[in-house]
Design a protein around this ligand. Structure first.
Ligand SMILES: Cc1ncc(COP(=O)(O)O)c(C=O)c1O
Length: 391
């Protein structure tokens, strides 16, 4: 890994903020910022469509870099506007029937839970949630039993949940799905850029994500991995548009062969290039190196919180770069504001974001601290000093 001083010099935001909100949106490095500004200028000079034509090769590079990040081909990738949008596109291509079951975990992301609850009401599908282990995370044996008892149409799992601090065993669950030929959709929004993610090892049909979090890319940009298994079948997103399909006869259309089948025609090309640069940057730093550094930084944060006498809410055999902590008697909005006044960025997770998990833990909110490799040990000390003052 490059020296920390270099990584920080390449991150303009480090000059003015102590940024522990990487699970919200990380600070972009300079090459990611520069390429977007440059592209905006190009659009202003040439015109939007003309700038895209002139940048064809660079735009293609997005798919190649994503393939490298996820261990798949460029043709397996679709650019989307967010992780949620990518997830919804994947869901929309499955022809659910009333009575179909969908199997997920308690810790899955709020918007995924909402999408399934909406589908229950509208389509008459049935949502099942596997048990959680006492030590945290999904109980894979219970998932297996539910798969065998209910033969779900879809299994979905959030790789790194937003506010439970753990990493779910997506590979083990993937193996179970493949053995039973069950569709498998993984939400990798918080894992991409934080830990290695390999589509072959996970063995999923779809993997959704976003660029602004641990990948340090721009806001308003997401992605979807689509397996060859899906692309080789006549499966398409419900609202396929003129990028994803060709209108061949008044009542006929043919599908595009690659991941573009899941994209919209209209694209924010500046964000595509910014995302490409973010992926290249992460690959250059090294995802395994990033994970190693984050584990060390998070251990320092957890030690500091325990020294302050605080209760860490996170569970799970394998922990992520998302740390949630309880501050009894404090007001969450005030804590967030007081930290911001000290130039420290964090975020608040409310019960409504994780109803099942927070009810089980008996809390209504938690302070979420999400370090990333470019944070320094000095910043961790400053965070602890700020928290001490606030307490
Ligand atoms: C696990 C997880 N999935 C999905 C999302 C949604 O991402 P987006 O806002 O890009 O749709 C988030 C956002 O915090 C998340 O943490």
């Amino acid at each position: 890994m490059k020296p920390l001083s270099e990584l920080r010099a390449e991150t303009p935001g480090c000059e003015s903020r102590i940024h522990f909100n990487n699970a919200g949106a990380a600070l972009m490095p300079k090459p990611v910022i520069d390429i977007q500004k440059k592209y905006l200028d190009l659009e202003a000079q040439l015109g939007g469509y003309e700038a895209a034509d002139a940048s064809k090769a660079e735009i293609e590079g997005f798919y190649t870099s994503m393939g490298e990040l996820l261990g798949c081909g460029p043709h397996n990738i679709a650019f989307t506007s967010s992780a949620t949008n990518a997830y919804a596109r994947a869901l929309s291509c499955i022809a659910f029937k009333p009575g179909d079951t969908i199997l997920i975990a308690n810790e899955d992301y709020i918007s995924n839970q909402l999408a399934f609850l909406s589908m229950e009401r509208r389509l008459g599908v049935r949502l099942l949630r596997a048990d959680s282990l006492p030590e945290g995370g999904v109980d894979v044996d219970n998932m297996r039993a539910l798969m065998d008892a209910h033969k779900p149409r879809l299994v979905s799992l959030t790789h790194v949940p937003t506010n439970t601090g753990l990493v779910q065993p997506v590979e083990e669950v993937g193996k179970l799905c493949r053995e039973r030929n069950i569709l498998y959709l993984v939400d990798g929004c918080q894992s991409a850029g934080q830990i290695p993610v390999d589509m072959k090892k996970i063995g999923c049909d779809f993997f959704s994500g976003t660029f602004r979090k641990f990948l340090r890319g721009p806001r308003g940009a997401g992605f979807l991995f689509i397996s060859d298994n899906i692309l080789n079948q006549d499966i398409w997103p419900l609202y396929v548009d003129m990028r994803g399909a060709n209108w061949t006869d008044p009542n006929e259309f043919t599908l595009r062969k690659d991941g573009g089948r899941f994209e919209d025609w209209e694209f924010p090309y500046g964000l595509v290039l910014g995302s490409r640069e973010a992926v290249r940057y992460a690959l250059n730093v090294g995802i395994a190196e990033i994970e190693k550094r984050n584990v060390a930084l998070c251990a320092k944060v957890r030690d500091g919180l325990l020294d302050l006498g605080l209760h860490i809410l996170d569970k799970g055999k394998r922990q992520s770069s998302i740390i949630t902590v309880n501050l009894p008697g404090k007001n969450p909005t005030e804590v967030l504001q007081q930290l911001r006044e000290r130039k420290v960025n964090t975020s608040i997770s409310y019960r409504g974001y994780a109803v099942i998990d927070y009810d089980a833990k008996g809390v209504t909110w938690g302070l979420r601290i999400s370090p990333h490799y470019y944070n320094s040990e000095e910043e961790v000390s400053q965070l602890m000093q700020s928290l001490q003052q606030i307490l």
